[in-house]
Design a protein around this ligand. Structure first.
Ligand code: FEO
Length: 397
């Protein structure tokens, strides 16, 4: 039998562990994930969020280990995305409970699940229910326009929705109980692939959250933070401010090995000026891992062969994905080998510029196989990038 886990007095984790998910809307999740739902018990019983639809049974089972699910009086929906709202219609059918959501949440839920009984709560509003004060805080774009946090004043607990999450399936529920290296690696990967486009919103939200006395950050994915919250909050502030290291990544794919030779020579050139360099070949590296490596990198150097006048498919995929995540305050450069016709490097450059990267370097292209002279040019190109990476001071603000 699956049981609830006590978070604090009267508040339980009643979510689901998805051990098997390996792709979360394009983001690979080798460690699975969790869909965290919470039950607040008292004179009134409140469910905070649900789970992905196939996990409805697990949610009900965990709630049943504490109370009869039919005794739930109210459901708070902090976010419309279906990993959290998927079981809402069935929960409402089972409990008859009203659902509360933000203004955009009401719109989103009505569109996803016509006929749902949903009521709007205003940003900053509070409700007193069964000895608990729930405060609702709109956090638009973390991670959808409808997102909100719910704060329980008496327990100093913030249901932080997607923010501060990790895609990390574990039998442990608290961040202080798991391997710290894995935890922070997964938190970084999650930020890079989900939160990065909303850096400005993160800073505003952290500012808003600082007005609250928070002892527990109950996220919607992965482990719950209840100790040393300052560390994850500081990391969010650093990531949101685009604080990067003296580090570059060289991301490429290759048809017959020429772009690989260029990638390795460019990387050597960059490293010779001081930065740490990571080389990632896209056939063997997933796009979400590239973004994770980019999170603390000051430069991304992309190499593509030309295939049918276009980017190599794996490079087109990654550059398109990166453009959507809009990594700002970072340098970009492009290179590649071509055969009968060129075009891929220019196309990659355009997308990278559209994604917000600074592209102060020219394009470096080689026809067929790089000659000794051209390999020297690759190294020199890398040295130019390396110097620029070292010139950019770490952002201290
Ligand atoms: Fe975990 Fe934006 O949903």
């Amino acid at each position: 039998m699956k049981e609830a886990v006590r978070v604090t007095d009267g508040i339980y984790w009643v979510g689901a562990i998805d051990w098997n998910v390996r792709n979360f809307h394009g983001y690979t999740t080798p460690r699975g994930t969790t869909y965290n739902a919470y039950l607040i018990t008292g004179e009134k019983n409140i469910l905070v969020d649900t789970v992905k639809k196939p996990f409805y049974g697990e949610l009900v089972e965990r709630i049943s280990s504490v109370i009869d699910p039919k005794r739930i009086d109210l459901i708070v929906s902090n976010h419309t995305e279906m990993d959290h709202s998927g079981a809402l219609p069935e929960m409402q059918k089972l409990t008859g409970a009203k659902i509360l959501a933000s203004r955009m949440g009401v719109e989103g839920l009505n569109k996803h699940y016509p006929g749902l009984d949903v009521e709007m709560v205003k940003d900053g509003s509070e409700i007193q229910l069964g000895g608990k004060t729930l405060k609702f805080i709109d956090t638009p774009m973390l991670h959808w326009p409808d997102s909100m946090f719910t704060y329980v004043e008496e327990d100093k607990l913030l249901f932080s929705m997607d923010a501060f999450g990790q895609h990390y399936a574990t039998t442990k529920r608290f961040a202080d109980e798991v391997d710290q290296d894995v935890l922070f690696q997964e938190a970084a990967k999650y930020y890079a692939n989900i939160i990065l486009p909303f850096n400005a919103r993160v800073l505003k939200t952290v500012e808003k959250a600082q007005e609250l006395d928070i002892q527990i950050l109950a996220t919607s994915h992965g482990a719950i933070w209840r100790k040393d919250l300052g560390k994850i909050v500081q990391l969010y502030t650093d990531w949101a401010n685009n604080r990067t290291k003296e580090k570059a990544i060289v991301v490429y794919d290759t048809m017959w090995g020429s772009t690989r030779i260029m990638a390795e020579d460019i990387a050597e050139g960059i490293a010779s000026e001081g930065p740490e360099v990571t080389i990632l070949k896209l056939t063997d590296t997933d796009r979400s891992m590239v973004m994770k490596e980019l999170l603390d990198s000051r430069a991304v150097v992309v190499g593509t062969p030309t295939l049918n006048n276009s980017m190599f498919p794996s490079v087109a995929d990654m550059v398109t994905y990166m453009k959507g995540l809009r990594p700002k305050d970072r340098l970009g450069a492009v290179f590649g080998s071509y055969g009968w016709s060129s075009g891929a490097v220019q196309a990659a450059r355009e997308l990278m510029k559209m994604g917000g990267l600074d592209m102060p370097f020219g394009e470096l292209t080689v026809q067929w196989v790089p000659s000794v002279e051209e390999r020297k040019q690759c190294r020199e190109y890398g040295r130019t990038i390396g110097r620029k990476v070292m010139e950019r001071k770490e952002k201290g603000d």
